[in-house]
Design a protein around this ligand. Sequence first.
Ligand code: ATP
Ligand code: MG
Length: 600
Amino acid sequence: MKLSQILFVTLRENPAEAEIPSHKLLLRAGYIRRIGSGIYAYLPLMWRVLTKVSQIVREEMNATGAQECLLPQLQPSELWKDSGRWDTYTKAEGIMFSLIDRQERELGLGPTHEEVITTIAKDTIRSYRQLPLHLYQIQSKFRDEIRPRFGLMRGREFIMKDGYSFHATEESLKATYQEMDTTYRKILERCGLSFRAVEADSGAIGGSGSQEFMVLADAGEDEILYTEDGKYAANVEKAISLVADAEHSPFDGYEKRETPGTETIEKVTNFFECSSTVIVKNVIYQAIYDSGIMVLVLVSIRGDLDVNEVKLQNELVKLADGFSGNTVLDLSVPDENAQQKWASKALPLGYIAPDLGDDYLKSSANISPKFVRIADPTVVDLKNFVTGANESGFHVVGANWGVNFPLPELVVDVRKAKAGDSSIHDASQLLQSARGIEIGHIFQLGTKYSQKMGATYTNEAGEEMPLVMGCYGVGVSRLAQAAVEQHFDKDGIVWPVAIAPYHAIVIIPNVTAADQVEAASKIYQGLNEAGVETLLDDRDERAGVKFKDADLIGIPYRIVTGRSLKAGKVEIVERATKISQEISLDDVVSTIKKWVMEKL
Ligand code: ATP
Ligand code: MG
């Protein structure tokens, strides 16, 4: 392609709307245009990148025997009602755009395709002989993200590869899951990304696990905890760790003490000159179930530790039955406004004890009359601990479970693991923290959807069984931007060769010099004929402008037909290293071709 003939607009200034390098660069270099909040146009250069990423995904998926298809984005609400997700997806998480057509039918725009694919499986899979089966597609997804940001990283319309596998047995599912693990690694390697596979939260769905593929970058929205020996890596939402031992409590008799102005753990430790590990901290959470019932939760955890809200939410979902619901729609630490909705009197905030009375809860049809009391395992063995006295300005010291406070019935791990903790596999390995961008997620679904939607097959014994399912997603458009986030310098994008929109760019420094034009045209043609995708900068612009643009758009190899032409040579510059060399005209095509092919 000749730059003089294509849509090619670069910006000098950083666009105000962009916060992270990759977003700025993609806008400045003319790859994307913002059309609305979380809505982007992929301009021709970007589309080439996305096509390449998709092709790599496709090749690796096909190599496993998975079959590509294309599913509808417009999805009848009935399917989502069958799976029980319509309300959660349109109201609660509110992630699905929904609409009503002219016949008054309800439809949603696909944020994901479990419902559609399970319906297809239900209609087409009869026998174990048809299993396993793996279908995938690459297409735009729609999600009404509450905070779309960072360009393609979190869009409201974005491209995803989503695949769904069907099995007769858990073992078969595990085999495909393992194969997808390998496949995702290959995809990311081929795209030139450095990444980490981490254990991920599977939500309330349960199942035997899920794994995320994180591209490491400071701008990542996820925190990963990992060990140097490579044996442990998990999303902080899921991570576990060994907890340091509590110190010995300096108190040996139970006593209520006046502790004015000590509403934080830090102030309590300063007041008593004790370790925060001898304190039981009690935190109130407010959970709203899909049944409309609000439940107040009192979590007791060691003073030096924090609650992992994802773990807490998963535990609360398990209790949903008891509140006539299926799931928790919202979990938060209630602010003053929220407290007023359910608290019958002023709460002793900062001085709460594990036995805070249920009489603090207003009596109302949609407020559960009792606190759900949860103890993290870290408080169970504490002796002579310090905690609130349920009275502002007072704490108790020397308290013991079973003597001064009943131990909450529900003891579950809701602790947030953090950097510096010892790893469970080896206490000498300390958890390290890194930021990551979630590019892919593979998931063992089990029979959650097949059971709800009645998707069954007949096994060898002639019995009707629910299909065992797995699902596997790659954020194609997010991946493309993540590649930029990992590969850029002060001058612009540095595309990995495999997903660069073009491999090479030939620059004519002076378009009025006939010899330059002629040599450049010949190289341009030769490279394209040799399968090296090449641009020709034949614009009537200053050479400096052209060099800047080539750097900005990040084309891996730049060929300049400049001064050295007199000696029968051209200059070749590698974008990533900025290393420049002169190569004789006759060798240009073969040299560049060799470099490119090595990297594909
Ligand atoms: P996140 O936690 O980032 O919201 P998710 O867990 O909701 O993502 P999945 O449902 O697992 O995402 O979707 C599969 C993949 O699709 C993700 O791993 C991610 O790469 C990509 N993806 C998800 N949401 C978006 C989005 N809003 N914009 C771009 N890519 C996305
Ligand atoms: Mg995910």
